[in-house]
Design a protein around this ligand. Structure first.
Ligand code: NDP
Length: 311
């Protein structure tokens, strides 16, 4: 017997746009109560890659009717000066969200700085207090990328409860909170990492497979159970002809980009695997756009939680 399977791409841009529309409507309601949520982004020194992200965050905040502020201390700033800056932002009544853009210069004590941000204004959800709140199921600010993935699955009517979700990657910002959020949605969880024996076998047992590794195309078609939901968090740039041919040979659109830019962006999942999936997130245009939408949602959530308003 032969079975034909249709796999559907999940449109992260459309889902992010829907979330942003809802956030803008909520901000309007807050305006009526005299509240104007404000996101403050701290970007230390010059970091061209970060600048693009940061500009985007500030621009999106303004589009949704939120105040936003960019603070740019020089690369020579000391940890002490940054701690004083954060302490000032913590104390400011008009600031709802504080985001410290990573990476920080090597001489800055990043851990100390992130822990100095008030947990109630920690819109990245990285503070140990928010990690603990998330784990114990209390109202918290959850990290934006995994929170966006949950939104994407739910809004696409993809069942999570009772499914076996395999998360590859155990970072504090993606893998671990992803697993915790999926657990709260009643999935059965397996977390894999670089020391996992027989990664392929674990991946093949997944109903929902989340790849958050940072290695282009490491999840091959043979590692995917037919009908699985594939969520690709990885953002990798490939520039060698050999890699390009391996993953995108015959893909005219990608070939045009590769010729023009000399590189293409891809995820951790080999695109050949997508054909076996029920649903998959493309890279780019899948998980990526949700991160910023959830940052906006988190800032409004922080504004509400801090004032004891319902969320
Ligand atoms: P980290 O480097 O912090 O973590 C990578 C994880 O992958 C680690 O847990 C590591 O295991 C695991 N890993 C590495 N190699 C293997 C392997 N061969 N087999 C199995 N597991 C492996 O990365 P992040 O979590 O910060 O990011 C992951 C990817 O997601 C990156 O490409 C990043 O750019 C992207 N990203 C995308 C975002 C978006 O908005 N779309 C947001 C954030 C990240 P171990 O712990 O054992 O070292």
């Amino acid at each position: 017997m032969t079975t034909t399977m249709t796999s559907q791409s999940l449109d992260g841009n459309a889902i992010a746009a829907a979330i942003k529309t809802e956030v803008a409507a909520d901000i309007k309601l807050l305006h009526e109560q005299g509240i104007r949520p404000c996101l403050t982004v701290v970007m230390v020194g010059n970091h061209p890659a970060s600048e693009v992200y940061v500009r985007n965050k500030v621009k999106t905040s303004a589009e949704l009717g939120m105040n936003s502020e960019l603070v740019t201390p020089p690369a020579t700033v000391t940890t002490g000066e940054l701690l004083a800056l954060v302490s000032g932002l913590n104390a400011r009544e008009d600031v709802d969200g504080i985001l410290i853009q990573l990476p920080l210069p090597a001489h800055v004590d990043a851990k100390r700085l992130l822990e100095a941000v008030s947990p109630d204004k920690d819109v990245d959800g990285f503070h140990p207090v928010n990690v603990g709140r998330l784990q114990s199921g209390q109202p918290s600010l959850a990290p934006c990328t995994p929170a966006g993935i949950i939104q994407m699955l739910k809004r696409s009517q993809i069942p999570i409860s009772g499914q076996h979700a395999v998360v590859v990657g155990r970072s504090d910002i993606v893998g671990k909170p992803m697993a915790m959020l999926l657990l709260h949605e009643n999935a059965t969880i397996t977390i894999c990492h670089s020391k996992t024996r027989d990664l392929a076998a674990f991946c093949r047992s997944a109903d929902i497979l989340v790849a958050a590794i940072g290695k282009p195309g490491i999840i091959g078609p043979e590692m995917v159970r037919p009908g699985a939901v594939l969520v690709d968090v990885g953002m990798n740039r490939i520039s060698s002809q050999e890699d390009f041919d391996r993953f995108f040979s015959g893909n005219a659109k990608r070939e045009a980009t590769f010729k023009e830019k000399g590189s293409v962006l891809m995820g951790d999942i080999d695109p050949h695997a997508f054909a076996f999936a029920s649903y998959y997130t493309p890279v780019p245009g899948g998980v990526g756009p949700l991160t910023i939408a959830m940052l906006m949602a988190n800032t409004v959530r922080a504004a509400r939680l801090r004032r004891g308003l319902p969320v």
